[in-house]
Design a protein. Structure first.
Ligand code: F6R
Length: 247
């Protein structure tokens, strides 16, 4: 696991975006695994800017997103499909049919999970998977629990995630209680993983992920067993991990 720190959030996003841009340039048919949340927004802004400047072409790119809230339609402005359309897909030349986000309103959620795994197997492997990290160490919506979930599955969101995500909703009671998420096993199949973390609230969990025990209580800790993970952190999020590395 490699750590790249940046002085500011903007610089961190530029550095991470450069890796994604290089991937798309070198392999126009790349499969990108994408994340939502506040941290990747600056990365998507960078990619959109490069596209607008004529430096990037998304016409052959395929994307697969990590997760979606259960109960939200694609038109709901809190759904992850809506987020991705707003921040990236509507702003670049990616064909919509090449963009995949789990359905938030499946007839049968278990069947949706099975079909999403099938889709991933058909379009994959993912060349680069972009991840954020929750305050409790979740990646995707893989919450701390007794095991590392292997496949795409239905998740009951933890109270800490509901509270953390309530900042995007009018009230915490509106945060959906369930989601569909790729499993940790699904994420680990990506050829390369970029994890981004910003702000002092992430400093301890970045440290725990990199140096604490590998345990399903810190789902991101399993990434230490992946051969190609780069953690991008701004100064605040990287402070404890950087101090440990320079001892
Ligand atoms: C979102 C996702 C989540 C977020 C995590 C961090 O698709 O998979 O794991 O990456 O909750 O969110 P932010 O970036 O808002 O702190």
């Amino acid at each position: 696991m490699k750590l790249i720190t940046a002085t500011t959030y903007e610089e961190m996003c530029q550095k991470a975006a450069r890796v994604l841009a290089a991937q798309i340039t070198l392999k126009p048919q790349s499969v990108l695994g994408l994340a939502t949340g506040s941290t990747p927004i600056g990365i998507y802004q960078e990619l959109v800017r490069e596209y607008q400047e004529g430096k990037l072409n998304f016409s052959q790119v395929t994307t697969v997103n990590l997760d979606e809230y259960l109960g939200l339609s694609p038109e709901n402005d809190q759904s992850y499909r809506y987020f991705m359309n707003q921040h990236l897909f509507n702003k670049v030349n990616i064909p919509k049919e090449n963009t995949h986000v789990p359905s938030g309103q499946p007839q049968n959620p278990q069947e949706e999970c099975r079909q999403y795994e099938e889709l991933l197997a058909a379009v994959g492997p993912v060349d680069i998977q972009l991840l954020g990290i929750g305050n409790n160490g979740h990646i995707g919506f893989n919450e701390p629990c007794g095991h590392f979930p292997e496949f795409t599955h239905v998740v009951n969101l933890s109270e800490s995630t509901i509270q953390a995500n309530s900042r995007f909703f009018a009230h915490s009671s509106q945060v959906p209680r369930q989601a569909v998420s790729m499993g940790i096993g699904t994420i680990m199949k990506a050829k390369k993983i970029l994890l981004v973390a910003s702000g002092q609230g992430k400093a301890q969990i970045v440290y725990d992920m990199m140096f604490g025990p590998v345990t399903p209580q810190v789902p991101a800790s399993l990434l230490r067993f992946h051969p190609d993970v780069t953690v991008f952190a701004d100064q605040e999020a990287g402070v404890l991990a950087l101090a440990a590395l320079s001892k």
